[in-house]
Design a protein. Sequence first.
Length: 235
Amino acid sequence: MKTRLTILLSILVTILVTGCNTPPKRDPDYAPVRPMVPPPAPEGSGSIYQTGYSNFWFENIRARRVGDMLTVKLVEQTDATKKAETAVDKTNNTSITNPTILGTTPQFDVSGKLPLATNSDLNLGMNMQSTHAFEGEGDSSQSNKLTGDITVTVIEVLSNGYLSVRGEKRIGINQGNEYIKLSGIVRPSDIDSTNTVESTRLADPTIIYVGDGPVADSNVMGWLAKFFVSAIMPF
C-alpha cells in the first residue's frame, strides 16, 4: 500500500512539474506563409538578369510580396467613459361613473348574497388609480495601453496593392506564456524606410494579447462566482 501511494504521488508531482513548463502553443490562424516560388528562368535569353529573379539594390527594402516580413509598432491606447441616468414617473387615474341605461341607473343589492358583501347599493361605476416610478444610474470607465513591436509576414497582396499581414509572438516567462497576435491590412505608402508601420495605420486590425499559466489562471473568476454575477442570477 505504501509503495502504491509513493508511485501515485510521484506521478502527480511529474504531472504538475510538466504542466508548469508547458512550451508556448502555436496558433495556426496566425502562422506565417512561405514566399511564392518564382517561375523557372527561361533558357538562353542572352541577358545577365532574368525576369522574376532581380534584386532591388538601390532602394529601401520594404515588404511588398507574399512572405515578406514587416515590423508593426504597437502604439495602442484607448480611454472610454460612459455615464447614464434614467428617471421615469407615471401616474394613471381612471374614473367611470354609473351609466344610464334606458333612462335608469343600475343599482344592485348583494348584501348577504356574496361572501364579504355588505354594501346594498352597488352600481357599475368604478375608479382606478396607479402610480409607477423608476430611477436608474450607470457609470463605466475603461483605459487600455499596449506598446511594443511585433514582426509579421505578408500573406496576401490585394488587387489594389495593399498588403494583408498576420503574425504571432510567443514568449515563455517563468511558469507562464505570453501571446501577442496581430492581423490586418497595410497600405504600402504607410511603411517607412525601416520597413516599420504603426499599428494605428492598420485597417481591419485584430490585436490579441493573452497569457496562460498559473499567474493567468489566478486572475480568472471561478465558475461559481461567475454564476452569482451572471444575468441568470435572479437577485
